[in-house]
Design a protein around this ligand. Structure first.
Ligand SMILES: Cc1cc2nc3c(=O)[nH]c(=O)nc-3n(C[C@H](O)[C@H](O)[C@H](O)COP(=O)(O)O)c2cc1C
Length: 311
């Protein structure tokens, strides 16, 4: 199984719904985290979780909270929106978040994680999973965290085996992943640095028994990567047509929902940060996209980028 990782600012509801419509090769879509700001939930998060914006068969919202009380407020909002499965974020690496003991900031405090999970399971029958890093500072933190996670009936645990200080680069700690594989009593989902079928096979060989893979940037850079991994064969023309349809679906939706064309264009430029990697001359493609200042220039630019791969 392949899950789409949550990527704040990239895998928003427009992206997820467009992906499902055009490619349909993903088994679960994780919504980027929602969290409280000044004790309320910002509107941008509400849009992301509305059931009408999330019609794929399995969509999992993610909660970033420092303790059981915050978690419950967010969980209640999700329940009101008909969700019965949640994911707890123990991975976000940014100091603004971790200094408030949220995301991977909770990893050095297994007792706090225990309290949060205990509170959840003492009152709820809903399904919960956890997405975590190997540690805030050191992968040694994993040992105590796993001992806590093993005490609760989690659906699964998704591990991105880097410590927070690494952010999104540097080596994945494969020993930490193996340690989790041996010691966790839950299903373990692999996450991190799968950018090609070759990467996937490499990780599959290293971690036999893992059957679920969460992919983030690899999908943004090549939306057809899940097809490649699952062995769904496509001709070059079919690939180019699907990518173009995907792009158009996203563009149309942004134009529909944004206040003005400029905002839609900004969203598309953000999308191209990763999407440009679909094309052999990524740098040149990104340069063309960055230069565009209006929609009437954007459309022909995109056409010419696609024409180059079709020719
Ligand atoms: C821009 C960006 C935003 C992210 N937002 C989230 C998030 O909201 N929740 C989360 O659990 N992880 C988030 N992540 C981490 C990804 O879900 C994933 O764990 C990480 O990118 C490693 O997987 P990958 O190598 O397949 O991309 C984010 C990563 C990036 C680069």
């Amino acid at each position: 199984m392949i899950y789409l990782a949550p990527l704040q600012g990239f895998t928003d509801y427009v992206y997820r719904a467009s992906y499902a419509k055009v490619f349909n090769a993903i088994d679960a879509y994780f919504i980027p985290y929602i969290s409280l700001k000044n004790n309320t939930i910002p509107n941008k998060y509400i849009r992301e979780i509305l059931p009408g914006n999330n019609e794929q068969s399995r969509v999992v919202p993610q909660i970033l909270a420092k303790d059981a009380a915050e978690f419950k407020v967010l969980e209640n909002i999700l329940v009101e929106n008909s969700y019965s499965e949640f994911n707890l974020n123990l991975g976000c690496p940014y100091p603004m978040v971790t200094n408030r003991r949220k995301g991977s900031g909770l990893l050095p405090f297994p007792d706090e994680i225990y309290k949060l999970l205990d509170h959840f399971y003492s009152r709820s029958n809903a399904t919960l999973s956890v997405k975590l890093r190997a540690g805030l500072k050191l992968a040694d933190e994993l040992e105590a965290v796993i001992r806590v996670l093993n005490q609760f009936p989690l659906r699964e645990v998704i591990l991105h085996a880097r410590v927070a200080g690494q952010l999104y680069s540097g080596a994945i700690d494969e020993n930490a992943f193996s340690y989790a594989k041996q010691n966790l009593q839950h299903k373990l989902v692999y996450n991190g640095d799968i950018f090609s079928k070759h990467d996937f096979i490499d990780k599959q060989n290293k971690f036999p028994g893992v059957d679920t893979w969460m992919l983030g940037r690899g999908i943004l850079m090549n939306p057809l990567l899940p097809h490649e991994i699952k062995g769904i064969e496509l001709s070059e023309k079919e690939r180019a047509d699907l990518l173009y349809t995907f792009h158009q679906t996203i563009l149309e939706r942004y134009l529909e929902i944004m206040d003005n064309e400029g905002n839609a264009l900004n969203k598309m430029k953000q999308f191209w940060i990763y999407f440009s990697w679909c094309f052999p001359n990524q740098k040149k493609v990104m340069k063309h996209i960055k230069k565009v200042k209006a929609l009437n220039k954007y459309n022909p630019t995109v056409k010419s980028i696609f024409n180059e791969i079709k020719s």
